[in-house]
Design a protein around this ligand. Structure first.
Ligand code: AMP
Length: 282
């Protein structure tokens, strides 16, 4: 039976019971509007742990002033149904005031990593992510926490935070789940019109191009990005926020592509900002 817990007090109590029984906890933090990408994290957590906790919290601190906080899709009943079907027993679904009571003023800054890539166009975003994830980690005390590679910069920042603060949490990063045409699943895909959905395939197509070029021995970053841009520019509704090829730990931009570098991009399709990435292997 799926139990929905809304208060920190009840959650602490529940976690204590689990820990007292020496059961392991796998944790999947989400903002809800669940899709197969989230569910793949849940399935892995289920496989590897006795208990799975899924949090559903649309975190206001990670939205910019002019971003989509108010319109972000919220499908709580359906989310619970999906999680029940996966055999999840525990959902943490706090109100904003439960997480951020009056006077809340703590921030978590993962310097050097938070202001690159998406951090440039979304200032403050990763501080919002880091503080809520750290708070949830303290509360849920998971053995492992599951994240999707789709939010690549987020995974790098969380791993760094866990390492720097000596948290005993195994951070697991799982592959991006895509639709049959290659579009990475995202809760924000519901904003796309049918035409935009087709245009949005240019993200994946450009990443495939980058992988093909690297496989064929081209290591000049600029050359690869130039070809990717050509693909993006064929889509009427697409505008480029950034396309970068980076070191997977430091997020530093590389000029010569190496095995394991990550091609990462953010593209606006109409008014919707989409991100995607691929780890280059050759
Ligand atoms: P969100 O609800 O968007 O905050 O995402 C919650 C978690 O699901 C994050 O770790 C995301 O990286 C992950 N996630 C979102 N979309 C996908 C996807 N298409 N494939 C795999 N994981 C995903």
């Amino acid at each position: 039976m799926l139990q929905v817990i809304k208060s920190i007090k009840d959650m602490k109590q529940k976690i204590k019971t689990i820990k007292d029984s020496h059961l392991t906890i796998g944790f999947v933090p989400t903002m809800g509007a669940l899709h197969e990408g989230h569910l793949s994290l849940v399935r892995n957590a289920k496989k590897e742990h006795d208990e799975v906790v899924v949090s559903i919290f649309v975190n206001p601190l990670q939205f910019g002033k002019n971003e989509d906080l108010r319109h972000y899709p919220r499908t709580f009943d359906r989310d619970c149904e999906l999680l029940s079907r996966e055999g999840v027993n525990l959902v943490f679904y706090p109100d904003i005031t439960e997480i951020y009571p009056d006077g809340f003023c703590t921030s978590v800054i993962v310097h050097d990593l938070e202001d690159k890539l998406c951090g440039k166009t979304r200032p403050g975003h990763f501080r919002g992510v880091a503080v809520v994830v750290l708070k949830l980690f303290h509360l849920i005390k998971p053995d492992s926490a599951y994240f999707g590679q789709k939010d690549f910069q987020q995974t790098v920042i969380i791993k760094r935070m866990v390492y720097d603060l000596n948290l005993d949490i195994n951070v697991k990063v799982l592959p991006t789940i895509r639709n049959t045409e290659g579009l990475a699943l995202s809760s924000r895909n519901v904003y796309l019109t049918e035409t935009e959905k087709k245009d949005a395939l240019c993200l994946y197509q450009s990443l495939v191009k980058a992988q093909c070029m690297a496989t064929s021995g081209i290591t000049d970053t600029e050359k690869i990005i130039r070809e990717m841009k050509k693909i993006i520019h064929t889509c009427a509704s697409a505008t480029i926020d950034y396309i970068s090829i980076v070191n997977p730990e430091t997020l530093e931009i590389t000029s010569e592509v190496r095995n394991g570098n990550v091609v990462t991009l953010a593209i606006r399709i109409g008014r919707t900002r989409l991100i995607d990435n691929v780890i280059l292997t050759f």
